[in-house]
Design a protein around this ligand. Structure first.
Ligand code: A3P
Length: 284
């Protein structure tokens, strides 16, 4: 655990690993032009990383791996960075990915100006299914999950997975959705109307773009657009590799949820967001 978070062991190799990462996060100095793309795992983080990178690059397309372009905060102290960019070396404006909760994500900046946070949330049933597949695929890193979906779904509900409970994470950020430096987005809205979400994001970042460029970004960042070059979204280090792009749909949970699991999910996950104003589409 790092600052109360479960973080996969391969992020923090060695006995000094957890302490190193903890110090790094606690002492991280933000800059006013920093942009954090934040999420609970498997909510469309990579999708947003690609969109925001293209917004900053006027719709340019590149074959460079996304993890080289947009570094992952919690991976920064890993001795096996591999293709992951080193935050210390990326030029400003720094676009960074993080799965940290609102309470512990770096906020302080020496010049007093605030950096920006773009949070992406996804309906938790699809998150759980996506997380299961990803965790299983991490076996190729020698650090994956071996069990069945039935068991994983319970680990997920109880928050016994990397970055803890979905509810706590999403609700913590939802409370700040109206902060001027926070933009709260949903995966399902991106699926429904990508150009309008790209426009919203670009305006939030003070990077208004022409309709041509917005449409180009939406096309390049559609699931079909992104699957044209899967190598950009492949995580590789040591001997292992896995792809971030899998199915990219809303409603895959229906292929995995039994009526019993659905009931438990409604009771232990969804009932907790009732009354908060936070709602999700579970099918489109
Ligand atoms: P699935 O496993 O359901 O397919 P993250 O980047 O946070 O790890 O999230 C990964 C999920 O986002 C995967 O979900 C992946 O397929 C989906 N995703 C990535 N790019 C996407 C895109 N352009 N359109 C739709 N879904 C996308």
């Amino acid at each position: 655990e790092i600052l109360g978070f479960r973080i996969p062991a391969f992020f923090v190799y060695g006995s000094q690993g957890p302490e190193l990462l903890c110090d790094f996060i606690t002492n991280f100095q933000t800059k006013s032009d920093d942009v954090f793309i934040v999420s609970y795992p498997k909510s469309g983080t990579t999708w947003m990383q690609e969109i925001i990178w293209q917004i900053y690059n006027n719709g340019e397309n590149t074959s460079k791996n996304i993890f080289e372009r947009v570094p992952f905060l919690e991976f920064s102290t890993s001795p096996i960075l591999g293709e992951f960019a080193d935050i210390a070396k990326v030029p400003s404006p720094r676009l960074m990915k993080s799965h940290l909760s609102y309470s512990i994500i770096p906020k302080g900046s020496s010049d007093g100006a605030k950096c920006k946070y773009i949070y992406i949330a996804r309906n938790p049933k699809d998150v759980a299914v996506s997380y299961f597949h990803f965790t299983v695929s991490l076996r190729s890193f020698g650090n994956g999950y071996n069990g069945p979906w039935e068991f994983f779904s319970k680990l997920f509900i109880d928050g016994n997975v990397g970055w803890n409970k979905w509810n706590d994470h999403v609700q913590g950020w939802w409370k700040h959705k109206d902060d001027p430096n926070v933009l709260f987005l949903k995966y399902e809205d991106l699926k429904k109307d990508l150009p309008s979400q790209v426009r919203l994001t670009a305006n939030f970042l003070n990077k208004p773009l022409s309709e041509d460029i917005i449409n180009r970004i939406a096309e390049q960042c559609s699931f079909n657009g992104m699957t044209k070059d899967l190598s950009r979204y492949t995580v590789r280090f040591n001997e292992g590799q896995t792809s971030i792009l899998r199915k990219g749909v809303v409603g895959d949970w229906k292929n995995y949820f039994t009526p019993e699991l659905n009931e438990r999910f409604e009771k232990e996950v969804l009932s907790k967001i009732e009354g908060t104003g936070l709602e999700f589409d579970f099918e489109l």
